[in-house]
Ligand binder design. Structure first.
Ligand SMILES: [Zn+2]
Length: 84
């Protein structure tokens, strides 16, 4: 029973329902972002990723707690294109 538990989470783009990013959390609480995820970017409004399907700016918010992880923001503006 000492096997580390690995949890894989998929986040869907709130604008197009495409797969936005994949995260893996291992038993020791380490959070891993998968290599082929969109790059996490930051601007004056906070963290975001550019959806690779619809190119929209998807807002993310840090989740407080021992795991340094991110979640989709409750408020998404799907009319907003990423600046680049
Ligand atoms: Zn999308």
């Amino acid at each position: 029973m000492d096997k580390p538990v690995m949890r894989v989470s998929f986040a869907e783009c709130p604008c197009c329902d495409g797969e936005l990013y994949v995260t893996v959390t291992t038993g020791d609480g380490v959070f891993h972002s998968m290599k082929d995820n969109p790059r996490l970017q930051q601007d004056a409004k906070g963290y975001f990723m550019k959806c690779r399907h619809c190119s929209k700016r998807v807002a993310l918010k840090p989740v407080p707690g021992p795991l340094a992880t991110l979640a989709l923001d409750d408020h998404q503006n799907c009319d907003e294109l990423t600046p680049m």
